[in-house]
Design a protein. Structure first.
Length: 284
């Protein structure tokens, strides 16, 4: 079993396309196909189900991918440990960002300018086990003893409405008064959507969701068009404001509290990044 075989397999397993993997690594598709075929022969099992025009990772492949991901995570951790011993921060930080993505974008860019030898692997939906990450930004509670937690951002969540909407004449509103409003929301796998659903249930209303998407910029655009209302985190979405949008306080003030979870086995580079986040957040 060769390192290159595992590298090709990991990429192909995620794309389910040998041609895309070949393009990514700048090799002929036959090299990828041959390498994975040899890997399957060595494992004595098929990792993909193949048809005339479709490649699908099967259950054996999914199990093997988890092991391969663990192998590469351990290698990255080993490289980070070695860099720690050298006294020069480097290596990779595997980061899951469930919310405050725009805020984290600026923080990461600033950090990279200071520590160019430290790179990032970013995920925005947690399809892996939490323990695969060095750090997690989320408003959900993680109870695993594998992590330490730190406060990140507490932000008020307000209701964004177009100024042509009659309720924009007000400064404050209750969730129960929004029964007949059209809602624009993120998809269900986003934490702000979970926050929205909880508030609606607490107010005993069933929101009329007319648009669901996975991009805050799109939500902003639809708000500007007057297509509906949306809950609006005032810190993480502060760049999404617009003169045609008014923010109303909800239920006297509701807040989303995000935390940083950091692996107890994290490298020096990850710890340095944590301190950078703390310093950056104090300036928000």
């Amino acid at each position: 079993m060769e390192f290159l075989q595992l590298t090709y397999f990991q990429h192909a397993a995620r794309t389910e396309n040998f041609s895309h993997t070949a393009t990514h690594f700048r090799v002929p598709p036959s090299s990828v196909s041959s390498s994975i075929k040899k890997l399957e022969d060595e494992l004595e099992t098929k990792l993909f189900d193949r048809s005339a025009n479709r490649l699908i990772l099967n259950e054996n492949g999914k199990r093997f991918l988890k092991s391969v991901d663990n192998i590469f995570s351990e290698l990255d951790r080993a490289k980070n440990d070695i860099s720690d011993m050298s006294g020069k921060p480097s290596g990779k930080i595997h980061l899951l960002i469930n919310n405050n993505r725009m805020t984290m974008t600026g923080i990461i860019a600033d950090f990279r300018n200071k520590y160019p030898d430290i790179s990032f692997i970013l995920d925005f939906d947690g399809d892996k086990a939490y323990t695969d990450y060095d750090m997690i930004i989320t408003d959900e509670t993680i109870t695993s003893n594998a992590f330490e937690s730190f406060d990140f951002i507490s932000e008020e969540v307000m209701l964004a409405v177009h100024k042509t909407n009659p309720i924009s004449e007000r400064d404050e509103i209750t969730m129960s008064e929004l029964e007949n409003e059209k809602f624009i929301c993120l998809h269900k796998n986003y934490s702000l959507r979970t926050f929205t659903d909880i508030l609606c249930r607490s107010a005993c209303i069933s929101p009329d969701i007319v648009i669901e998407c996975d991009d805050p910029q799109c939500i902003r655009d639809y708000l500007i068009m007057g297509m509906g209302v949306s809950l609006f985190p005032t810190v993480s979405w502060q760049r999404q404001t617009h003169p045609s949008i008014k923010l109303l306080r909800v239920d006297g003030g509701v807040y989303r509290n995000s935390k940083i979870y950091i692996s107890r086995k994290s490298s020096l580079s990850t710890r340095i990044f944590l301190e950078h986040i703390k310093n950056s957040t104090s300036l928000l």
